[in-house]
Design a protein around this ligand. Structure first.
Ligand code: FMN
Length: 175
């Protein structure tokens, strides 16, 4: 059992990354093996459906996803969707990586109104790759943070619940 947490924000001051790190801390506290992929450390080209797949960092990124029993994706909400970088990761990695994987989402947004923004990519993963989407989402805005800390206890609780649920569903599917 190893849960991969992916931080997809390219913003150095990212709030979704703060939540991604909290998920890792929660999983480790529960004795779960974790891996971390930060797209700020592994810049990927934009998917062009061709030459991009020759990117030298791509095999390592794909292997991390393939090796994971379950995945938590921390995403920024941009224009009522996940960010282009988050979507690009899925386009760059594709079927080999996501088929029948368990995926949970943590979202950082500017306002409360974009809470359904993750559904487009969740639906795409489900329909295209039969990915199991954990029906428990974390969604937080600026007010939930003080500097680099999560100040809102409910957001912390939801991250812990999501982490537990990703483990539970991943375990169940492994049989
Ligand atoms: C280009 C752009 C588009 C955005 N669009 C939305 C949006 O549609 N809905 C929303 O609630 N916040 C939106 N935001 C605010 C971000 O979701 C917010 O800054 C969030 O903290 C980004 O995640 P990060 O801190 O992990 O990078 C947008 C921000 C940017 C830069």
């Amino acid at each position: 059992m190893s849960i991969l947490v992916i931080s997809t924000s390219l913003n150095p001051g990212s709030r979704s990354r703060i939540m991604a790190k909290q998920a890792i801390a929660d999983l480790q506290a529960a004795g779960v093996e974790t891996d971390f992929l930060d797209l700020q450390d592994v810049p990927l080209p934009m998917c062009d459906g061709g030459a991009c797949y020759g990117e030298k960092s791509l095999p390592e990124v794909k292997q991390k996803i393939i090796n994971a029993t379950g995945v938590i994706m921390a995403v920024p909400i941009y224009t009522f969707d996940v960010s282009a970088a988050a979507k690009n990761l899925i386009e760059m990695t594709g079927r080999d990586c996501w088929t029948e994987h368990v995926v949970g989402f943590i979202c950082a947004a500017g306002g409360q109104g974009s809470y359904m923004s993750v559904m487009q990519i969740a639906g795409s993963l489900m329909l295209d790759f039969r990915t199991f989407i954990v029906p428990r989402f974390v969604y937080a805005t600026k007010g939930a943070f003080e500097g680099d800390e999560i100040a809102d206890g409910e957001v912390k609780t939801r991250i812990e619940q999501l982490s537990k649920e990703v483990v539970r569903v991943s375990d169940a599917l492994r049989g």
